[in-house]
Design a protein around this ligand. Structure first.
Ligand code: XIL
Length: 362
């Protein structure tokens, strides 16, 4: 609908030789998506579900109109923050709840955005019926298989990238035993999840996704070994993603480009999928100018890493406003992790991203 309107408005302007206003995509570099190089998607998580349910506000994506406007204007990729997770989309064994995720996919189509699907095989945010049920191995395997076929199939052709396997290794680079599927069925289930997802949507790019992979170490080594093995076995793995949940308690992610490059060298896509940069809030809760400047350099360093690697085509921040950030809920005394304040006013980190994108586009 909106597209038709643009054509109608643009035609007379073109006839007069004037430049039509560009609603989406490449314009004068005023928003992140407009500033970005053509082959790089700029994304945000779409707030809803998860921790939001316990907060004193209604579902952000559904009810906050200014929020939706910024989401449409600034980004050309969206990731459901919780709405495609098992506990949300598959709340009972024989019932799926597609409504909230469908609304995001529709919004994305209307606004010229791609969607990153998140996630299919994870240890967290699984429904009670799955966590507490008693199943034979064969049953559990068929539960995972039919979940993947149903969910990926439902969105067939509408998802650019799927985080198929999320956080499957612990800090020691071992398979996480908290993951019910890995624990009960063994690590080979990871390959099956990729095969099933590929059958259900042959065009979606299928990713491994984790945090704590922003610096080299045993976790990165584990992913590199797994990626090599999956590729050798002709498993449809297409990408490796760094979530990049960063804290200013630790150093800047200055080795991220070299980590991403190792996966690029295997022929994989890479992506930044959940970037935020939290900090210890001073008394009163307002970050200092110096903290905001440091935060901006962290954001820029992550974007620079992605820009430096050929196959890094997707750069997503985990929400764009502190109003809805998961950080204060999960990391007590830390906060201010996103690029905009509660009222969507822009922080230095926002401008650092925009200026870096603009410079890269030339
Ligand atoms: C977080 C969400 O932001 C919260 O709303 C939810 O309560 C918990 O999960 N790694 C991931 C994301 O892959 O799915 C997590 O998102 C953050 C860490």
């Amino acid at each position: 609908m909106r597209k038709a309107l643009i054509v109608l408005v643009a035609l007379p302007l073109l006839a007069l030789g004037a430049q039509p206003a560009v609603a989406h995509g490449h314009g004068d570099g005023k928003t992140l998506r407009q500033a970005a190089p053509r082959d790089l998607r700029i994304g945000s998580a779409v707030a809803g579900g998860g921790h939001h349910v316990d907060q004193p506000y209604p579902d952000p994506f559904t009810y906050d109109r200014p929020y939706r406007k910024v989401l449409a204007r600034e980004f050309n990729s969206v990731s459901p923050e919780n709405q495609m997770k098992w506990e949300f989309i598959h709340p009972e064994r024989n019932r799926y709840n597609f409504g909230p995720a469908d609304a995001i996919v529709r919004f994305a189509r209307e606004n010229g955005q791609v969607v990153r699907g998140h996630t299919l095989l994870w240890h967290s945010q699984n429904p009670a019926w799955l966590n507490e049920g008693t199943f034979t191995k064969a049953e559990l395997r068929s539960i995972l298989k039919s979940h993947i076929f149903t969910v990926v199939g439902h969105y067939r052709g509408k998802i650019q990238q799927w985080d198929v396997a999320n956080e499957i290794f612990n800090e020691n680079g071992e398979y996480r035993q908290e993951n019910i599927f890995i624990r009960e069925l063994g690590p080979g289930i990871v390959a099956d999840a990729f095969r099933w997802a590929h059958q259900a949507d042959p065009r979606a790019q299928l990713f491994l996704n984790d945090y704590g992979v922003e610096w080299p170490g045993v976790k990165v080594d584990a992913y590199e070994a797994l990626a090599k093995q999956l590729l050798a076995d002709r498993v449809p793995l297409h990408g490796f993603a760094s979530q990049a949940h960063l804290s200013m308690r630790y150093g800047a992610p200055d080795q991220l480009a070299s980590v991403l490059q190792r996966f690029d060298d295997l022929g994989l896509h890479t992506a930044i999928t959940e970037l935020d940069v939290r900090m210890d809030l001073p008394e009163g809760g307002v970050p200092t100018a110096e903290q905001l400047a440091t935060q901006a350099t962290y954001y820029k360093t992550v974007l620079d890493a992605c820009l430096a690697v050929d196959g890094c085509n997707s750069f997503t921040i985990w929400g764009f406003t502190d109003k809805y950030s998961w950080v204060p809920v999960f990391f007590p005394s830390e906060g201010a992790a996103t690029v905009m304040w509660d009222d969507f006013a822009k922080k230095p980190a926002y401008y650092a991203l925009r200026d870096t994108l603009k410079a890269a586009r030339r």
